[in-house]
Design a binder for this molecule. Structure first.
Ligand code: MG
Ligand code: MG
Length: 257
């Protein structure tokens, strides 16, 4: 059964989520042509030290960095490197999480760098909007299938693909808890959402086929057809008063649409 968080737990998760958003904001403004993804990761690591939080991805199943940075046809789990430079026209997905006093926040966003094509901007905007629509489903009595169906219906109406291989998840003291929160599914199916549940919703959307494969580095997942992908994620609490997003950015230019 998914664990239910108390009001005191939520206050701690709010703090973790706020730190995640603030460090993501800082990474986002670094994304200009010529910066290396290794530099962005080093910034995240330094900020974690400054805030006294633990970067939860580092060492998770052996992941070697603080942040996953996935560019263009890379969907998720890209490994930062000082040799990998961001270029004009890239779309860059940042996926980042921290643990603060034992409580975890997790969030992702895809950022266009320089002059990006209109269709890439649409991909990013549709992915972000699908997350916002999914968050509206986060009320007690709804089910994870309502979230998945909402994302899938919206995304597929633009002819984009919804990645099946990776899904959202419960979150709390651990990065990944029950239940699984797929970005596809059927209305009325899946786990019932209850007040006090906290979930990370994270649609991964492709311009082409939704299938992915993992590169030789054993981490980076890329689209099987080389089409570009976008990824947005927020950590969300289900309350009697509706959804509360814990990882909202303070930066107005978020997404830059
Ligand atoms: Mg994440
Ligand atoms: Mg996640």
């Amino acid at each position: 059964m998914p664990s239910l968080k108390t009001a005191a737990d939520i206050i701690k998760m709010e703090r973790a989520g706020a730190v995640v958003a603030q460090i993501l904001d800082g990474m986002q403004v670094m994304l200009v042509p010529g910066v290396s993804t290794g530099e962005v990761d080093a910034y995240a690591e330094a900020k974690c030290k400054e805030f006294g939080v633990r970067p939860v991805f580092k060492g998770y199943h052996g992941f070697p960095a603080c942040v996953c940075i996935s560019i263009n046809e890379e969907v998720v789990h890209g490994i930062p490197s000082f040799k990998r430079l961001v270029r004009d026209g890239d779309i860059v997905s940042l996926d980042f999480g921290v643990s603060l006093d034992g409580w975890v926040g997790d969030s992702a966003r895809t950022i266009p760098v320089g002059s990006v094509s209109a269709s890439d901007l649409e991909l990013i905007a549709v992915t972000k909007k699908s997350l916002e629509l999914a968050i509206e489903q986060c009320v007690p009595g709804k089910r994870t299938g309502d979230i998945g169906a909402t994302v899938q219906k919206y995304v597929e109406s633009f002819g984009f693909g919804v990645v099946r291989e990776f899904v959202g998840h419960g979150i709390g003291k651990a990065l990944h808890e029950e239940p699984a929160v797929p970005n596809f599914g059927t209305v009325g199916r899946g786990h019932v959402l209850r007040a006090g549940m906290v979930i990370a919703i994270e649609p991964m959307v492709t311009k082409g086929h939704y299938a992915v494969r993992v590169l030789e580095d054993e981490w980076t997942a890329v689209t099987i057809d080389g089409s570009r992908a976008a990824h947005w994620e927020h950590t969300v609490v289900i309350t009697e008063r509706g959804p509360q997003v814990l990882t909202l950015s303070k930066v107005l230019r978020e997404g830059r649409e």
